[in-house]
Design a protein around this ligand. Structure first.
Ligand SMILES: NC(=O)c1ccc[n+]([C@@H]2O[C@H](COP(=O)([O-])OP(=O)(O)OC[C@H]3O[C@@H](n4cnc5c(N)ncnc54)[C@H](O)[C@@H]3O)[C@@H](O)[C@H]2O)c1
Length: 349
């Protein structure tokens, strides 16, 4: 069934994948984004002229503005992705993360609650909060995060996301707001902002620079192709059970070093140079509080909603490298944004 979806953060990496897929699926989109340093309207250029697409430049921290937008556009559901999202930036400047991820989510929740109550609490309405597996903290060599894993965030980013998750839960318990929560593992794919690990590896390799790997490179993440995440989110918002959390993962665990080596191997084939790209890998000072391992047990979303990822890590990495090779104009334009290319989040001595 076609819905009118208000997406926050739809000019970012994952939000734009949701917007593109939702438009393909025949939904109407109202994309609300403050256009921070991490945003890029190019990410949604393919749908900008679609009659089902509207962009609104606004900040979720402005509750009055959020109320106006909700009253004007009357969405059937809200998917909340707007956030400050880079762990290294949260180490250098945690304030922005508290402002947007905690206070912004609070402002949005209040605006949404008033909108939903004012509309007579329509049955189909949902507030879908998009969060991260980082709220669960770090795993040892074994075990997996389930929806019942206690929260133990270790970075200002993950702590701010954990706080926002708690607010969403409380708005459901206290006000009956029909919420859905998803906690997802690390995403990668097209339109990934060039400060994040996988684009950094690709772009440093292509530039002939050192490929920086934090610590010993043994930190493990469970990687999910961004278009699979968008598909999972649209599945949850349509079929999820109110008040429930769904963990979303790719069942693709890999160390950061494995990721770097795989990307180098793909580049060796697609863009050969005299020396293997892996010779450029260089170990650098670790991130403070760097979680060792994340792994998602996706049993709930698989068994209850029948969702599973469509691509393996190797397939997804190959597609991603291909995309960066073919879309140099996109990433070149972002390289001069503030902080991009600098080593951020190193504790001062
Ligand atoms: N990237 C990942 O691997 C990952 C994994 C799991 C969950 N998440 C979550 O998914 C969501 C999207 O992540 P992403 O990687 O696409 O982030 P991103 O940084 O690429 O995009 C965030 C978007 O939110 C917008 N935004 C930021 N502050 C805003 C504000 N105050 N008001 C309105 N818009 C604002 C930005 O302009 C940007 O377009 C986040 O909530 C993040 O915590 C990300």
């Amino acid at each position: 069934m076609s819905m009118k979806i208000l997406v926050t953060g739809g000019a970012g990496f994952i939000g734009s994948a949701v917007v593109r897929q939702a438009i393909r699926d025949g939904h109407c989109i109202v994309n609300v984004d403050a256009l921070t340093y991490a945003a890029c309207l190019e990410n949604v250029a393919s749908v900008t002229n679609n009659p089902n697409y509207t962009f609104v430049h606004a900040d979720i921290r402005d509750g009055g503005k959020m109320s106006e937008i909700l009253a004007h556009h009357q969405p059937d559901v809200v998917m909340h992705l707007a956030a400050e999202s880079h762990v290294d930036r949260s180490i250098d400047g945690p304030g922005a993360f508290i402002d947007t991820n905690v206070n912004g989510t609070f402002q949005l929740l209040e605006a949404v609650r008033k909108y939903w109550e004012g509309a007579g609490k329509p049955e189909g309405f949902r507030f879908h909060h998009i969060s991260t597996d980082e709220v669960y903290g770090s795993l040892g060599p074994t075990g997996m995060f389930t929806e019942d894993t206690p929260y133990a965030p270790n970075s200002p980013y993950s702590a701010s996301k954990a706080a926002s998750d708690h607010l969403v839960r409380a708005w459901h318990e206290t006000y009956d707001l029909p919420v859905l929560l998803t906690n997802c593992s690390n995403n990668y794919g097209p339109f990934h902002f060039p400060e994040k690990l996988i684009p950094v590896i690709i772009l440093r390799a292509l530039a002939g620079d050192d490929i920086p790997i934090y610590g010993n490179g043994k930190n493990i993440r469970d990687w999910l192709y961004v278009e699979d995440h968008a598909d999972a989110l649209l599945t949850v918002v349509q079929n999820g059970t109110i008040g429930r959390t769904y963990n979303i993962g790719g069942e693709n665990e890999a160390t950061n070093l494995d990721i770097a080596r795989s990307i180098c191997g793909i580049l060796d084939k697609k863009r050969p140079q005299p020396k293997p790209y892996a010779d450029q890998i260089a170990f650098v000072t670790d991130r403070p509080g760097h979680d060792l391992r994340y792994a998602i047990d996706p049993a709930r979303i698989r068994t209850e909603l029948g969702w599973k990822p469509s691509v393996t890590l190797q397939q997804g990495l190959a597609r991603t490298v291909e995309w960066y090779l073919e879309n140099e104009d996109w990433w070149q334009a972002l390289l001069n944004r503030e902080g991009v290319g600098l080593r951020l989040g190193v504790k001062s001595a």
